[in-house]
Design a protein around this ligand. Structure first.
Ligand code: NAD
Ligand code: TDX
Length: 329
C-alpha cells in the first residue's frame, strides 16, 4: 500500500491506524516533507513502514513507486486555506499536478486508488438551515485550496470513467486529533494557551464546522477500500456541528482559562459559513459509524496530547505565528 502525504496529520494517523488494524498491508509512504510534513510522526511505526522522500509531481519517482503498489491512498496536498489565500501556487502544483501525475502512473500500471478530499469542494451552506451536502451536490469552491481540491476530484472522476482507473473518492469534514499542524484552528488555540499567547478567533466566530475525529475518518477510508464501489464518492463526517466560538470556549474551559480570554482578529476573506455532510451512503452501504461520539472527551484527549508532546509541535510554533502576523490574523 502506497500512502502519499503519510508524514502529514491525517496521512500519518492513517499509517498508524493501518499498522494497528490492518497488518496485512506492507506500507510505503511517499512524502515531500514540506513545512507540514514531519518524519518524527512516523517514528513509532518506522520498523513497519518504508519511507520515500519524494514529490508527487515528480513523474519518475511516482511511476516507479506506483508500479510496485497494489493500493494507493492519496493524502498528499497543500491543506491550509489561509496559506492558499496568501500564495495559491503550491496548491495548484501539488493538489492538481500532483494528482494528475499519480493518475497517469495508475493509467500505465493499474492499481486500486483512493482519493482523499474535503467537503470544502461544495462551497458553504447557510448558517441557520438544516441543509446538508450530499455526494451529488454541485461543486462550488470558495478558496484557492478548495478549488484545487475540486480540480483534483474532477481529474480522478475523469480518469476513472475514461481510462478505467479503479478509483474511489471521499470528502470528509474538518478533522481533529493528535499530530495536527499548529496552523490549524484547534491546535493553534491549544498551543497559544500553552505558550502564554491569546487564542485568535476570526471575525465573530459564527462559522460552523463538523468536527470529526481523525481515526473515524481513517476507519471510513478503510471501509471504502474494502467494501466501497469503484467510481463512487462517499461523504464522511461526525454529524457534530459547532461554531468556532463554541469550540474556542470549550478549549478555554477544558484548559482552565476564562471564557473570554481570547482576541477577535480580522475575518478570513471569503470565509465559508457552514459545512455539513449527509453521511447516509457511507453508513447504510458500508456500515460505518463514528466511534468518537463524545466530542468534548475527544477534545480533552487532544489537549492532553498537545500538553504531553510539546517536543513535537514547539519547533513549528514560532514560524507559524510569524506567518499569521503577515496575514494580520
Ligand atoms: P497536512 O498539511 O497535515 O499534510 C500534508 C502532507 O502532504 C505533508 O506531510 C506534506 O509534506 C505532504 N505533501 C504536500 N505536498 C506534497 C507533494 N507535492 N508531494 C509529496 N508530499 C506532499 O494535511 P492533512 O490535514 O493531513 O490533510 C491530508 C489530506 O486530507 C489532504 O488531501 C486534505 O485536502 C484532506 N482533508 C483534510 C481535512 C482536515 O481537516 N485536515 C479534512 C478533509 C480532507
Ligand atoms: O486562528 C484561527 N482562528 C479561527 O477562527 C484559525 C486558524 C481558524 N479559525 C477559523 C476558520 C475556520 O472557520 O476556524 C475554522 C477552522 O479553520 P481551519 O482549521 O483553518 O480549517 P478549515 O478552513 O475549516 O479547513 C479544514 O477543514 C477542511 C482543513 O484545514 C482543510 O484541509 C480541510 O479540507
Amino acid at each position: 500500500m502506497l500512502v502519499t502525504g503519510g508524514a502529514g496529520f491525517i496521512g500519518a494517523n492513517f499509517v498508524h491506524y493501518t499498522t494497528r488494524h490492518h497488518p496485512e498491508y506492507e506500507v510505503v509512504v511517499l512524502d515531500a516533507l514540506t513545512y507540514a510534513g514531519d518524519r518524527t510522526t512516523l517514528a513509532p511505526v518506522q520498523d513497519q513502514v518504508r519511507f520515500v522522500h519524494g514529490d508527487i509531481c515528480d513523474a519518475g519517482v511516482v511511476d516507479g513507486i506506483v508500479a510496485e503498489s497494489d493500493v494507493i491512498v492519496h493524502f498528499a496536498a497543500e491543506s491550509h486555506v489561509d496559506n492558499s489565500l496568501h500564495d495559491p501556487e503550491p496548491f495548484i502544483r501539488s493538489n492538481i499536478i500532483g494528482t494528475f501525475t499519480l493518475l497517469e502512473a495508475l493509467r500505465r500500471h493499474g492499481g486500486r486508488f483512493h482519493h482523499i478530499s474535503t467537503d470544502e469542494v461544495f462551497g458553504d451552506l447557510p448558517l441557520d438551515s438544516a441543509d446538508q451536502f450530499a455526494e451529488d451536490t454541485p461543486y462550488d469552491p470558495s478558496s484557492p485550496y478548495s478549488a484545487s481540491k475540486a480540480s483534483s476530484d474532477m481529474l480522478v472522476r475523469a480518469w476513472a470513467r475514461s481510462f478505467g482507473v479503479q478509483a474511489t473518492l471521499s470528502n470528509c469534514a474538518n478533522n481533529y486529533g493528535s499530530y495536527q499542524h499548529v496552523e490549524k484552528f484547534i491546535p493553534r488555540q491549544i498551543t497559544n494557551v500553552l505558550t502564554g499567547q491569546r487564542p485568535k478567533l476570526y471575525g465573530e466566530g459564527v462559522n460552523v464546522r463538523e468536527w470529526t475525529h481523525v481515526d473515524d475518518h481513517n476507519a471510513a477510508v478503510h471501509a471504502i477500500l474494502s467494501r466501497g464501489r469503484l467510481g463512487e464518492t462517499y461523504l464522511i463526517g461526525s454529524g457534530d456541528e459547532r461554531s468556532n466560538k463554541q469550540i474556542l470556549e470549550l478549549i478555554l474551559e477544558l484548559m482552565g482559562e476564562a471564557p473570554d480570554a481570547y482576541d477577535h482578529v480580522p475575518d478570513r476573506p471569503g470565509h465559508d459559513l457552514r459545512y455539513s455532510n449527509n453521511t447516509t451512503k457511507l453508513r447504510t452501504e458500508l456500515g460505518w459509524a463514528p466511534v468518537y461520539g463524545d466530542f468534548k472527551a475527544g477534545l480533552a484527549a487532544t489537549i492532553d496530547w498537545y500538553r504531553a508532546n510539546e517536543w513535537w509541535w514547539k519547533p513549528q510554533k514560532e514560524a507559524t505565528e510569524a506567518k499569521y502576523q503577515v496575514l494580520g490574523r
